[in-house]
Design a protein around this ligand. Structure first.
Ligand SMILES: [Mg+2]
Length: 314
């Protein structure tokens, strides 16, 4: 089982599927749904082009091939924005507002503990979309508080508000349950329980905790398509990804469902794809999708290095 490869190729493939139709309204995609790797469209990029979601995921992945170091991770993000590190074709063509502001703060000398934005309006999905590689750093930490500390720090390089940190915690907890062999439904129930316990320990007030109510109710999968948001708000992305996972039976179906929700298509599909890759493995991802990915050799190289560090892989 090569879980690192499953998770990362899931994120990157999902991202690349969504890039050509980012910002497209749902009604439009209903008439002309994405069925495969299209290319061009919104940013006029060739098929297999991934965006900031994967760039920052790969920056984090590469930084984690070394011993954990928050400064190294932050530096690699800055290198992406200002020096095109881990770009698909040599240039940055998309950056979120909060991420851009935080990376500017870092460039101007802020420490990674202070660079991220902390206002409640700064809860876009920009930390969630890049957090997956951290799974392999935290998966063996038994105490949820220990996991939260590490995940919260890495989220907060750009997104320091508690809601963004908790969203990243929830996502990786879901992934940990999957690694431990839970079925998607069991993993969902487990994540809900873990989040509720963590929020209790952290003394999160009721009004903040309420933002997660639709997830922790345990019935997110029962919502209608029209109740699922697919914009950039982190809780909506987390809800949408969970909803897509719980309502589909294979990789292809899950990420296409995410893309065809419209709006922030690349990120919804990247976040869905990470979990879906863990569930259905890289063998469940259509080979032509993987083959189309920009810089696939470089991606595989980082995956190999992470496998060596965490001693996984075949
Ligand atoms: Mg993007």
């Amino acid at each position: 089982m090569n879980d690192i490869r499953n998770a990362l190729l899931g994120v990157i493939t999902g991202d690349a599927l969504g890039v050509p139709v980012e910002f497209t309204p749902r009604e439009e995609l209903r008439k002309n749904p994405v069925k495969g790797m299209r290319g061009y469209g919104t940013y006029n990029q060739p098929p297999g082009t991934w965006s900031d979601d994967s760039s920052l995921t790969l920056c984090l992945a590469e930084a984690l091939t070394h011993p954990f170091d928050l400064n190294r991770i932050a530096r690699s993000f800055v290198d992406w924005l200002y020096h095109n590190r881990w770009t698909p074709h040599g240039e940055v063509f998309d950056v979120g507002n909060t991420t851009g502001a935080a990376l500017r703060n870092l460039k101007e000398g802020a420490t990674p503990e202070r660079s991220g934005l902390t206002g409640s309006a700064s809860n876009g999905n920009g930390a969630l979309m890049r957090i997956m590689p951290l799974l392999f750093e935290v998966k063996d930490l038994d105490d949820p508080m220990d996991r939260y500390q590490v995940i919260g720090q890495v989220a907060a390089i750009t997104h320091g508000h508690i809601r963004s940190r908790l969203s990243c915690f929830y996502y990786l907890d879901y992934a940990i349950s999957l690694l431990q062999g839970a079925q998607p439904r069991e993993a969902y129930d487990q994540s809900n329980q873990n989040l509720l316990e963590l929020m209790d320990k952290l003394n999160i007030d009721d009004s903040e905790a309420a933002h997660f109510n639709r997830l922790t109710s345990g019935n997110i999968d029962q919502l209608e398509d029209s109740d699922i948001g697919s914009g950039t708000y982190v809780v909506h992305t987390l809800e949408a990804a969970t909803w897509c996972i719980l309502n589909t039976q294979n990789f292809q179906e899950s990420v296409l469902k995410a893309v065809n929700l419209g709006e922030d298509t690349d990120t919804t599909a990247a976040v869905t794809g990470g979990l879906s890759g863990l569930i259905y493995t890289a063998d469940g991802i259509p080979a032509e999708w993987i083959q189309s990915l920009a810089r696939l050799d470089d991606i595989e190289h980082v995956i190999d290095k992470l496998n060596k560090k965490y001693q996984q892989g075949e």
